[in-house]
Ligand binder design. Structure first.
Ligand code: DGJ
Length: 746
């Protein structure tokens, strides 16, 4: 057991040798927070950490008290975790401790994705019951400590134990009171095609937050934020990570009070949220993940990657080598025939590609994005025999076949909309806002989810489909469901995402062998909630190698390479018009789940040979690239922002792959070194540069060197004034490292 409740002191201590999380019942009966950080010795009391502030000479009330699930109305004026309108309309809540339960393992959360354990011994969970007597509102806080990860998983279930309805206005998944505010808040922000760029700011007095009101976690902000000490780097210093296993509206917020304490809260976005609980009903909040790292952002990401990869992602594809795919989208968009697809698949097979994916445009009468979403029947004009013959022909070539769908949407120009206009979200009497000529289906209606499940089940069962790309291409507007009464419209966003999860669960359960990739106009829903259903996500619609450096770097703060779809596309790039070499495009895309997004029929023989070499390199190293430990070496967001580098290394440190990228070239750039990480200092590694071009940069690095040498000195990047022009802009180098079995020190 890694958690204990000491009945004599009413203290809770969760620990696993790396972290401790401590809380205790305070003198006023509330549940106070004591500590979250490096592990503290179990079996002793830490009650002295809940020092009562002196309140005598000011109008300060309970505002500096650290609480586990703070509420307002009685002197704590910071942001609350819970706000309720009880039957009497009063905003006051005093949650008093009533009891606890310590369990081996980790229970799930009804209707919501969560991290999990495979054996009860992997984690211990403590449930703590708090009650507000006058309103009979009950809160069940759940804390799980994992044996193998420096992580606490938290959630809260709110129950109406009274006899009249109550309305929940804000129900966060977790709050954490930190004793000082000397932290930088790091967030992952952007927009379409520029997702998850790293932004960092020092905490300042007042509130600072990111969140989403779009009905999806969004391109704009990500439900994973970090608090790091200002001096924390990749390799040194403290950091906390906070993630929400949720794909809908969220808020992650920190409030700094005048006494420089910091309160973080994370959960469903309270703006616009209102959930009515009838007597006896419960509201289950999503799971929050709290991670602590003592040694830098690298350690923080490593812990999060491992947890997300091993105990959030699930299903048969969790640990399997992911196939190299070719997706039809940027190659042919909506314009194809069955024969063209088979020709593309044949050309892909010739390159070594393993999976051919038919993207948008195969259903209804969809020649562009103005029609047919919702009509999940094959367009016989393009595929006269249906999906099955195309899929079979692709499989006969030796490739697997994959398909794109966008279940949550409907085109106004579709049969589905003509038959069921009320199934689209919208406010009666007001126009519905279209985006990409489409509307959002009302997944708060169980009949819509049932209908979609039936239709899509038929499609997926109709042909040998082994991969599904599940897209979602717009934000929610006019968030109103005609199926809900006026006083329950505040439930729409959450009900909608619960409906989406229900559909995900039913389809992934029905097709357990299918590899699902989630997508939302690229990375508009790249979040822990989606990872629980789909082990990989299309990282961004932006396939430009240089733009991808920033996107993949930022994404890696929270998410492992095995979750990041990364493809080589044609040049000039379709999003930014940039021309980069095929080698540079691959050198970036290698550090994710690799594939292509182009028409393979239009490649030159030289390009075909280069791609064959890329696929061979990737498949030979994919275990390391997909499942290795990822180290960020040089940030595209720091320094002169002109170079970036990262590496993936096998768990046993016997193999590694390093990527180095220079954006703009310089005349006579001078020598530079790149120190590696995670190698075994006592072993020797053969360094093999890729691709083999035989220049000096290659030759100076193609050596057998000690792990110590490579970590303390590093790889060499140097070119004199005569060599530099040959490198050009957007230059990338990849290095494969393999332990030399027979070398000295091996
Ligand atoms: C948006 C996705 O991100 C793209 O990859 C592609 O699938 C299009 N939708 C298709 O409409």
């Amino acid at each position: 057991m890694h958690a204990a409740w000491d009945a004599s002191t009413n203290e809770m201590h969760l620990h696993n040798g790396r972290i401790s999380y401590l809380a205790r019942v305070l003198e006023d009966g509330s549940f106070g927070h004591l500590y979250f950080g490096p592990t503290l010795r179990p079996g002793v009391s830490y009650a002295h950490l809940s020092r009562r502030p002196f309140l005598g000479f000011s109008n300060r009330l309970g505002d500096s008290v650290a609480r586990e699930y703070p509420t307002g109305g009685s002197g704590d004026f910071r942001v609350p975790a819970l706000a309720i309108e009880p039957a009497d309309g009063s905003p006051v809540l005093h949650l008093a401790y009533r009891g606890n339960r310590v369990l081996a393992g980790k229970p799930g959360l009804r209707g919501l994705p969560t991290t999990y354990v495979e054996e009860d011994g992997e984690a211990t969970t403590v449930e703590v019951l708090l009650v507000d007597e006058p309103s009979s509102v009950e809160v069940r806080l759940s804390y799980t400590v994992f044996e193998a990860y420096p992580v606490i998983a938290r959630s809260a279930v709110i129950r109406n134990g009274g006899s009249a309805p109550v309305r929940v206005r804000c129900a966060m998944s977790a709050a954490l009171d930190l004793p000082d505010a000397a932290w930088d808040l790091v967030t992952l922000d952007g927009t379409w095609s520029r997702e998850r760029h790293v932004a960092s700011r020092s905490l300042a007095p007042g509130r600072q937050s990111v969140g989403s009101l779009r009905g999806a976690s969004s391109h704009e902000h990500n439900p994973f934020v970090v608090l790091k000490r200002p001096a924390t780097t990749e390799e040194h210093g403290e950091a906390y990570g906070f993630g929400l296993v949720y794909s809908g509206n969220f808020r992650a917020e920190v409030e700094v009070d005048p006494f420089a304490t910091a309160r973080l809260r994370i959960g469903i976005e309270p703006d616009g949220f209102a959930w009515t609980l009838a007597p006896g009903e419960e509201l289950v909040t999503p799971e929050a993940i709290l991670v602590y790292a003592a040694e830098g952002l690298g350690e923080l990401s490593d812990s999060t990657h491992r947890l997300f990869r091993r105990r959030l992602t699930r299903g048969r594809w969790r640990d399997r080598a992911r196939p190299v795919l070719l997706n039809s989208w940027e190659g042919v968009y909506f314009d194809f025939t069955d024969d063209a697809l088979v020709e593309m698949a044949a050309a892909s097979r010739d390159l070594g590609v393993e999976l051919f994916v038919l993207d948008d445009g195969w259903f209804g009468e969809r020649d562009d994005d103005t029609s047919s979403l919702g009509d999940w029947v094959v367009d016989r004009r393009k595929l006269p025999g249906g999906l099955a013959p195309v899929a079979r022909r692709v499989r006969e070539l030796g490739l697997d076949f994959g398909l794109w769908i966008e279940p949550e949407m409907v085109s106004p120009r579709s049969r589905l909309f003509a038959e069921h206009p009320e199934w689209a979200l919208g406010v009666p009497g007001r126009p519905r806002t279209e985006s990409r000529h489409q509307l959002v289906l009302d997944l708060a209606r169980p009949e819509v989810v049932d209908h979609l499940f039936g239709m899509l089940h038929e499609v997926l069962a109709s042909a040998p489909i082994s991969y599904v790309k599940w897209d979602m291409n717009r934000s929610l507007t006019e968030p109103f469901s005609a199926s809900l009464p006026p006083d329950r419209q505040g439930e729409l966003f959450h009900r909608h995402i619960l409906g989406a999860y229900d559909l995900w669960r039913r389809l992934t359960d029905a097709f357990p062998d299918v590899l699902f990739e989630s997508c939302a106009s690229g990375g508009g829903r790249f979040d822990p909630g989606m990872l629980a259903f789909a082990p990989q996500t299309w990282t961004s619609d932006n396939t430009d190698a240089i733009e991808r450096l920033a996107i993949q770097w930022g994404t890696s703060l929270a998410y492992p390479p095995s979750s990041m779809g990364a493809h080589v596309s044609a040049v000039p790039n379709h999003q930014v018009g940039r021309i980069t070499s095929l080698a540079t495009r691959a050198a970036v895309a290698f550090f994710g789940v690799f594939g292509y997004e182009l028409d393979p029929r239009h490649l030159t023989e030289v390009e075909r040979a280069a791609i064959r070499d890329q696929v061979a390199f990737y498949t030979a190293h994919r275990e390391v690239l997909q499942y290795g430990r990822f180290h960020r070496l040089r940030s595209p967001f720091e320094g002169d922002r002109n170079t970036a580098a990262w590496m993936s290394i096998a768990e046993d440190a016997r193999r590694a792959v390093v990527g180095w990228y220079r954006i703009l070239n310089r005349a006579d750039p001078g020598p530079e070194r790149l120190r590696l990480r995670g190698l075994d200092p006592a072993r020797r590694y053969r360094v093999t540069p890729w691709p083999a071009i035989g220049d000096r940069l290659e030759l100076v690095n193609a050596l057998v060197r000690g792990g110590d040498d490579l970590m303390h000195v590093g790889l060499f990047f140097e070119a004199d004034r005569h060599e530099a022009p040959a490198l050009g802009d957007f230059h990338a180098r990849v290095f494969a490292l393999d332990v030399e079995e027979d070398g000295p020190g091996a």
